[in-house]
Design a protein around this ligand. Sequence first.
Ligand SMILES: Cc1cc2nc3c(=O)[nH]c(=O)nc-3n(C[C@H](O)[C@H](O)[C@H](O)COP(=O)(O)OP(=O)(O)OC[C@H]3O[C@@H](n4cnc5c(N)ncnc54)[C@H](O)[C@@H]3O)c2cc1C
Length: 472
Amino acid sequence: MNARQTPSSGDRRSPPSSGFSDSRPALFSTAALREHGGPHRIVIVGGGAGGLELAVHLGEALRKPRRGDVPAEVLLIDSALTHVWKPWLHEMAAGTLSGHDSGVEFLQLARRHGFRFHLGTLESLDRGRHELWLSPLDDDEGQEIAPRRAVAYDTLVVAVGSIVNDFRTPGVAEHALRLDSAADAMRFHRLLLAECARAEVQSRGPVEVAIVGGGATGVELSAELVESVRAIAGLGTELRQEAQPMRLHLIESGPRLVGALPEDISRAVQADLEARGVEVLTGRRVTEVAPGHVVLDDHEIVPAALTVWAAGIRGPAVLERLDGLELNRSRQLLVRDTLQTTRDADVFAMGDCASCVPEAGAPPVPPRAQAAQQEARYLSQALLKRLRAHPVEGFRFHDRGALVSLGSRDAIGRLAARLPGGGMRLQGLLARWAYWSVHHAHMVRLQGALRTAVDQIGHWIDRRTQPRVKLH
Ligand SMILES: Cc1cc2nc3c(=O)[nH]c(=O)nc-3n(C[C@H](O)[C@H](O)[C@H](O)COP(=O)(O)OP(=O)(O)OC[C@H]3O[C@@H](n4cnc5c(N)ncnc54)[C@H](O)[C@@H]3O)c2cc1C
């Protein structure tokens, strides 16, 4: 299903509709009155690492109200029907993600946890009327499913994540791939398979790939691709003759890979990738992406049948259409330590799309899954307290460390233990287990321990019965 873009708000007003068949007061209306007499409407836009956990926490809490509580309900809106764990998009792109891990249906989670779900893409906001507008929704044949429509809210939480920042580099929009969504990851995977087939059928030699950006995304994708292309090549005849079936160039403009992690970890990551045959170019900036190659700042041409742009993030374009809410230079919504946007106390923002500096002089909360999850836990408590007119303390980020996955059996990083030197380095299978356990804990919160365990068994069986890499 596809969201159609409409040029501006206010041109095609659609009749209000609840979109649901139950008898509760409609969440959707074109006249969102503050004293509407129905339950307080909390609308969360974006069901990612942060937004979905918030919907689950709030849905659970609100269906067991305390005596005297203001009745309230939660609506989650997402432009996709399935929740995808974004930190695993590189595995989806490489084709190494098991079918059991590729997503959870929002509708099923909504029913289980007491919130409602609506499929839609945020297009704009009318803060005066307490309404947000969703783009028209079409099916794959271009037939309309839902027109442009308004959703009324009393409290709005924007959690739409981020997109990759192309720094206005020529050719990126036209010729580079990105990993902003599951659709992007699957497109990359199909193109990777096509390149492997081309190399196999035309005896072209190794597949040439350039990854721009040596942060966690670029590093994790590099390690995963080496394993994946080796497995694909092993199934053919021509590509398997190559010592390296893929020539992968990882290009980073900064002096080292994963610059957010300590230097010794950057060195270990680079050594690991080089041992896998990756060409690591640090201190080199890509000035143009063209069909078949990228150009570096010293005019060197790096051949690349596929180029992935993974150099930093910024907020999605829709944040510029939120009725004048304040943005920073990376197009993230500026929020106070309560996660309320600076210009509207009824609009909150969290996760990658928000910029929060919890204490004067402290660094901004980083755009990471663990930060989005901590904000979700904070906000679920804060919104309940706000409904009960209790005072709310500010959000504090607790850095638990960072881990970078290096293929299916390895990871490296730092756990923020309270040790002299500020943390504990972790590497190898133990680090890989710690990396995996973050997603495991997320799934337990979403679907409970039993269902997650059953999924794990399915995953384990998949690994033994299916090819290591998805081949379609
Ligand atoms: C390849 C990769 C690897 C990563 N690895 C790690 C890691 O190891 N550790 C870590 O901490 N972080 C990692 N990250 C970062 C992490 O994924 C993000 O910080 C985290 O997902 C942010 O959560 P979020 O809730 O803000 O947004 P997201 O999880 O991105 O969710 C945003 C949601 O909003 C929806 N949406 C977007 N636009 C609209 C719209 N207009 N209308 C309606 N819905 C919309 C999307 O469909 C999506 O469901 C990685 C990211 C990538 C890409």
